[in-house]
Every structure is written in C-alpha cells, then in structure tokens.
Design a protein. Sequence first.
Length: 166
Amino acid sequence: MSEQQNLSAQDRVHLRRCVDLAREALDDGDEPFGSLLVDARGAVRFEDRNRVQGGDATRHPEFEIARWAAEHLSPAERRESTVYTSGEHCAMCSAAHAWVGLDRIVYATSTEQLTSWHREWGLPAGPVAPLAINAIAPGVPVAGPDPELADEVRGLHARLHGVEQG
C-alpha cells in the first residue's frame, strides 16, 4: 500500500530530482519519467530518465536501475537501497525491481493518477495493464504519491500529449 504520509524531507529532495530528470527527458523528446537509486547512506548511486524515443519501449529508468544494480551492487546493498521515481513503476519495472532484490520504492505520482489523466484527456490505454507496484511485487515497500509534485508531473504529461492545461 502507498503511504504518502511516510514521505520524509529527504524523500522529497530525491523526488524533486526525479521530476527534474523527467523534465529533461521530455525536453529531449522522450516520455517524462526520471528515477534515482539511493544507497543506505543516502548517496545517489545511479540516475536515469526515459530513453524510449529510439524505439525500445523497455528503456525505462526504473528498468535501467534494476540492470545497473544487478551488475554493480551486492545482494545486501540492493536490499538496503531505495528507488525514487517521478511515476510509479509499470508492471515490467516492478517485476525487474523485485527480481533484482531492491528495497523501497518512493514515487511522486501513482499509476492511478496517470491513468486518470489519460482517461480525462481521451488517450487510449497502453499495451500493458496499469497495475500498482504491489500487484506485481507484493513484498516491496512503497511510498507515494507526493501531492506537492502532482500538478507539475501532470503538466509534463499534458505537454507530452499536447493537452491544454486549464
């Protein structure tokens, strides 16, 4: 279950960076998603943004984090790490996160919010079921969304789809 009340000041600092990475992705012609991997000491170990514009729809930053963590961190380090992301993991990224053995996920906006915006804007459903992280990876602790960032993230997605904000 998501727990927005459990977002710390440090969580919000990392989420802010994720939204900045999402904006960077959008400015570069990609979908607006950005993510960080933070170790137990609070150090950012890896960060990335969406890179799907080249045609590989699996180039999500959360999936890249899972790949990087599998190659560079021990299982113990992965169990102590937190992934921060501008948007809740999709099913593919949730599965990768769980298979690699990463711990907590903190997200700025939820899958429910994103699908609601898409419905409001008359956009078709995507090719993958819009499931919450814990529907795919029930043992992964999650926190989010962050209401302080919702309007900004919504604006990035509106810009992606050419939707007027009113």
